[in-house]
Design a protein around this ligand. Structure first.
Ligand code: GLP
Length: 263
């Protein structure tokens, strides 16, 4: 895993956006795996701005979102479909038919989750997967004890996630207790993973993900098994890492090799 110690959250967002735009330039029909939450908001803003400046077109891009709450209507303010519309899709030229979410309502979920997996394969696989990380190490909604081989399926949310979400729902509304999420196996099948973590409250999670053992009890640690993961962390989120000098040195030496065209 490559660790990028960003100056601050804005610097991290800038770096991630730059990587996505570079990949898009090389492959206009890029397949993006997208995440929600507060973490990727700055990246999405930069992608919208690049599009507005005429520097990037998403007309041929296909997207697959990581997860969605089960039975939360698409137009609900807390649905991930609303989030993506507001933060990204409305501001770029993506075609509606190229936007994909896991099935999160109705019947036949097992079959439709398998179809979601097939749609990813049919699109040629995910080129770049964006990720945040939950404090308990979840990626997407792969909560602790998720199988490291899991694929898109229904997941039960943990108590902590339920507590975090309760405040977003009004009286009389039932906050979701289930979600549909790409599995850890799905995420590990992406060609490249860009993970961002910001703020003190993610520090222990970053430590466990990077320097802890691989364990389904800490799902993000499974990323150690992927050959192309870059984790962008701000100083607070990186504050519990023990090998920061090495990560810095690695990054600058690797960049030197890249600049010399040797990597
Ligand atoms: C949710 C999402 C995750 C996200 C996590 C962290 O649970 N399902 O994909 O990474 O929250 O959220 P935030 O970025 O707001 O800290």
């Amino acid at each position: 895993m490559e660790i990028v110690l960003a100056r601050d959250p804005e610097d991290a967002a800038e770096r991630v956006a730059r990587v996505i735009l570079a990949r898009l330039e090389r492959k206009p029909d890029l397949v993006l795996g997208l995440a929600t939450g507060s973490t990727p908001v700055g990246v999405y803003r930069r992608l919208r701005e690049a599009h507005a400046r005429g520097e990037a077109s998403f007309a041929r891009v296909r997207t697959f979102n990581l997860d969605e709450y089960l039975d939360v209507p698409a137009d609900h303010p807390q649905s991930y479909r609303t989030f993506m519309r507001t933060h990204l899709f409305e501001g770029i030229d993506i075609r509606p038919e190229n936007i994909h979410f896991p099935p999160a309502d109705g019947a036949d979920l097992v079959r439709r989750c398998a179809e979601y997996e097939r749609a990813i394969v049919d699109a040629g696989g995910i080129d770049v997967q964006l990720l945040g990380i939950g404090r308990n190490g979840h990626i997407g909604f792969n909560e602790p004890t998720s199988s490291l081989a899991s694929r898109t399926r229904v997941k039960t949310l943990t108590e902590r996630t339920l507590e975090d979400n309760a405040r977003f729902y009004g009286p009389g509304e039932r906050p979701p207790v289930l979600a549909v999420t790409m599995g850890i196996g799905t995420i590990l099948s992406a060609r490249e993973v860009l993970l961002q973590a910001m703020g003190q409250k993610k520090a222990q999670a970053v430590r466990n993900m990077v320097e802890g053992p691989v364990s389904s009890f800490f799902p993000a640690s499974a990323l150690q098994l992927h050959e192309r993961v870059t984790a962008y962390v701000d100083p607070e989120a990186g504050s519990l890492l023990t090998m920061t000098a090495y990560y810095r040195r690695t990054r600058s030496l690797q960049e030197e090799l890249r600049r010399a065209g040797r990597l």
